[in-house]
Design a protein around this ligand. Structure first.
Ligand code: ATP
Ligand code: ZN
Length: 285
């Protein structure tokens, strides 16, 4: 049987979470530290450890079947690849920033200015769309120091918290692209690889659903059950079990992490007691 070959970042911000996601999908690896390539122990899959910038090209060339890479890198390369799944980590944005004391009203303020970036493709496209004519200076690293040393008037760089910008006396003014890690694939894959990709996507979805949801257990007096059930949608509907104590029931359900606190408050008001919330490891709705 053929292996599904996946390229992931060798060492950097995406490495741990790329490997962690595959492990959460139940795929185990022998200790591959320092290696260029490692094979999974319990799934027809092998990993290539590469620089993130090289991942799209390797996938486009068919050396790897799939790649875990930031959208920023993927779209900058402008290769015929598509996103098979968003992976929910590596969030950042490609942003424009100017020296903090520099007047900035709108994008028009950048007309005729020199902008330093490692993402000339994405920046050019953005400026063209906004009808702003500016000079793009491609540099490969330490973009944030360019204005300070007189190399540029503004920068276009990746930002997460913005603290790097602050320490370099810069102010973020526009978002060019919101980015997260994705699973990139070529348009064509063999039937066998496609089937493996489907199996992998099914597992990734189960892991992501589990992360988005919590298992909740609570006790409620029977006369309040209807109200409480109304607050808990569950996968189909909540499970209700009688407690040993007459007149009381235990209720089990699943709630989404992002509505969690709001629901808990309402449950308490509705008469729920002994609320337990536990993580879900895998979830197939
Ligand atoms: P490599 O040696 O693989 O080329 P790198 O230095 O280019 O590594 P990292 O800094 O590890 O790359 O970032 C990898 C990816 O992580 C980025 O392309 C981006 O998608 C994502 N990322 C998330 N947050 C940030 C951030 N605050 N700054 C930069 N990249 C971020
Ligand atoms: Zn890189």
């Amino acid at each position: 049987m053929e292996n599904l070959k996946i390229a992931i970042q060798k060492s950097g911000r995406l490495s741990d979470e790329s490997l962690g996601l595959l492990k959460a999908c139940g795929i185990r690896f022998s200790n591959g530290a320092g290696k260029l390539r490692t094979e999974a122990l319990n799934f027809p899959l092998e990993l290539y450890f590469l620089r993130d910038d090289d991942i799209p090209q390797y996938v486009a060339d068919g050396v790897a079947d799939l790649g875990m890479v930031g959208e920023n890198v993927l779209y900058e390369k402008q290769l015929p690849l598509t996103v098979a799944a968003k992976l929910g980590f590596g969030q950042c944005r490609l942003a424009l920033a100017v020296p903090k004391n520099e007047a900035y009203l709108s994008l028009a303020s950048l007309r005729g200015k020199r902008i330093a970036t490692s993402y000339p493709g994405l920046l050019r496209e953005f400026l063209r769309e906004k009808h702003v004519d500016a000079e793009i200076h491609e540099i490969s690293g330490s973009v944030e120091i360019a204005p300070g040393i007189g190399l540029a008037d503004a920068i276009c760089d990746l930002v997460n918290t913005g603290s790097t910008l602050l320490t370099n006396g810069l102010r973020e003014v526009e978002t060019v692209l919101q980015s997260e890690a994705v699973l990139a694939r070529p348009p064509q894959l063999s039937a066998e690889k496609k089937a493996l990709l489907q199996r992998l996507l099914f597992r990734i979805e189960a892991v992501q659903q589990a992360n988005r949801n919590k298992y909740i257990l609570l006790n409620a007096p029977n006369d309040k059950l209807d109200d409480i059930i109304g607050l808990l949608p569950g996968i189909k509907s909540p499970t209700v079990l009688p407690l040993a104590l007459p007149g009381w029931s235990s209720l089990h359900s699943v709630i989404e992490e992002n509505q969690f606190w709001e629901v808990i408050e309402k449950l308490k008001e509705a008469g729920a007691e002994g609320i337990l919330v536990v993580p879900i490891e895998k979830m197939i709705a």
